[in-house]
Design a protein around this ligand. Structure first.
Ligand SMILES: Nc1ncnc2c1ncn2[C@@H]1O[C@H](COP(=O)(O)OP(=O)(O)OP(=O)(O)O)[C@@H](O)[C@H]1O
Ligand SMILES: [Mg+2]
Length: 199
């Protein structure tokens, strides 16, 4: 069974699809064969990957010879598509901006993750669209502590190249963004390593 990672947040526009696709690409670059399962009816990740071909899109049952499966989910906490994704996952990554309002609204997502992620699963916050040297960037650790869920040490910056990626793919990204994504992928893999290639 592949290591399965659900990317979620009940709030729209947090960066779920962007980071689902780009983390899957980063995992491939790190040598883990990753595929993406698009459980969002908006199908943005599928369209993106049809354009760029950076990562295989898994069929609805998630089958295939990948060792790592990333699931993009809709921005609705009451969606059975989100609940199903969580219940088949080893890891849940809640993508949020560092703004206090967004983080507070992520608290409901944390509760949903705790309800559906199987026992022994790992859940982490991932800060996205962080602007370096701002008050918010400096305060994220305090905010995360108040949510009561650990955050990945790696944060993803806010950069325009992320907005070019759906058309141009991984090659559109600047070197700093690629490095952040690779670091985040390695941190996630260290929570629960993907199965070896022979299994
Ligand atoms: N790190 C980033 N830097 C700059 N722009 C970003 C970053 N991450 C995401 N974006 C932009 O934010 C917007 C929303 O991103 P995305 O579609 O990935 O969010 P989402 O959570 O999947 O939205 P939805 O809830 O509608 O599915 C997009 O225009 C995307 O390009
Ligand atoms: Mg999306």
């Amino acid at each position: 069974m592949p290591l399965t990672i659900t990317i979620c947040n009940g709030k729209g526009g947090a960066g779920k699809t962007t980071l689902s696709v780009l983390l899957a690409t980063a995992f491939n670059h790190a040598g883990h064969a990753a595929a993406l399962l698009d459980r969002d009816p908006q199908a943005t990740a599928s369209r993106w990957l049809n354009e760029t071909g950076d990562v295989p899109v898994a069929p609805a049952d998630g089958s295939g010879d990948h060792r790592l499966l990333i699931i993009d989910t809709p921005p609705r906490l009451d969606s059975h598509l989100l609940h199903d994704a969580l219940s088949q996952s080893h890891i849940a990554i809640i993508v949020t901006s560092p703004s206090p309002a967004d983080l507070w609204s992520s608290q409901d997502t944390v509760a949903t993750v705790r309800q559906h992620l199987p026992a022994g699963g790992h859940a982490r916050l991932l800060f996205n669209q962080v602007q370096a040297r701002t008050v918010l960037a400096r305060g994220v650790d305090n905010l995360a502590a108040r949510i009561g869920l650990p955050a990945l040490k790696t944060r993803i910056g806010r950069r325009q190249t992320f907005q070019h990626a759906p058309l141009l793919g991984w090659s559109a990204l600047d070197a700093v963004s690629r490095e952040e994504l690779l670091q985040a992928a390695l941190e996630i893999a260290s929570l629960a390593p993907p199965p070896p290639a022979s299994s």
